[in-house]
Design a protein around this ligand. Sequence first.
Ligand SMILES: Cc1cc2nc3c(=O)[nH]c(=O)nc-3n(C[C@H](O)[C@H](O)[C@H](O)COP(=O)(O)OP(=O)(O)OC[C@H]3O[C@@H](n4cnc5c(N)ncnc54)[C@H](O)[C@@H]3O)c2cc1C
Length: 308
Amino acid sequence: MYKAVIVGTGPAGLTAAIYLARANLNPLIIEGPEPGGQLTTTTEVENFPGFPDGIMGPELMDNMRKQAERFGAEFRSGWVSETDLSQRPFTLTVDGLGEIQTETLIVSTGASAKYLGIPGERENVGRGVSTCATCDGFFFRNKKIIVIGGGDSAMEEANFLTRFASEVVLVNRRNELRASKIMQDRARQNDKISWSLNRTPLEVIAGEHGVTGLKVMNNATGQEEIIETQGIFVAIGHTPNTKFLGGQLTTDEHGYLLVNPGTTATNVPGVFACGDVQDNRYRQAISAAGTGCMAALDCERFLESVHS
Ligand SMILES: Cc1cc2nc3c(=O)[nH]c(=O)nc-3n(C[C@H](O)[C@H](O)[C@H](O)COP(=O)(O)OP(=O)(O)OC[C@H]3O[C@@H](n4cnc5c(N)ncnc54)[C@H](O)[C@@H]3O)c2cc1C
């Protein structure tokens, strides 16, 4: 039986691991399907403090893992498929490891960006296709960029990207946008944004040096068109990775875990959530790491309170 189990090894989980290991709580960290988390799928990270020349995503995550291991954190490969949080100790069912019992649980399983599932899309992530304007916008200075989506986050990403891009083309399958009026108005008032509505994205076109265009179908005419671009931002939402929790933790309407404001405590005492799985707003490595630290400290205090 463990005092603390952390599920997920992105910046949130690994930061929590460093803190709990240094507090002598010997945490077990379950890595899941993507050891190191989302940053292992990118190249250069330029906005994580402490690296004036930037650092490659996989290297940053490897460093965090080594830092946790140095203080005695135990890592295991496995996928948590089920949890029983109805009583403490909690029980986790981990594919490949069986059942694990723990006094406390830190959930840091992230949120996966939704993709369109069109040819050329996934293979060009990091070569012109992105799901994060805050992370990658800077790489597209003075270039023409496409943003795909019709919700608030697509409007926000499009507006943000006009800081760098020479032009932003907003592509949406329908003529109407799902975004709130205020977000639409803001985007419509932006001279750098042009609109390619009622277009269904069909294929990302790329050459040796990355993305060169997006093939779309004009739904009004049935004609295929190619919009030339070097950057495509897919902004159609994220799915928080919470299936294994079986609805035992309270979420918002988008499926993000809810925590008591200013803490990482969920509705189940002893279960804490950090990183993108509880963050529909910032979704950055540094904010994930920050809440990972908070989760570890909340967890330590919880253990102290139940054992004193
Ligand atoms: C291509 C790309 C580039 C990015 N670039 C930047 C950048 O430059 N700067 C920046 O600040 N942010 C960037 N981000 C965002 C940043 O990566 C995320 O905000 C951050 O990784 C979130 O950390 P996290 O710890 O919450 O979760 P994640 O990094 O998503 O990690 C989730 C972890 O949970 C595990 N997991 C999930 N489900 C289960 C399960 N059922 N059982 C066990 N384990 C499970 C996964 O294996 C993984 O280890 C980028 C994201 C992407 C996709």
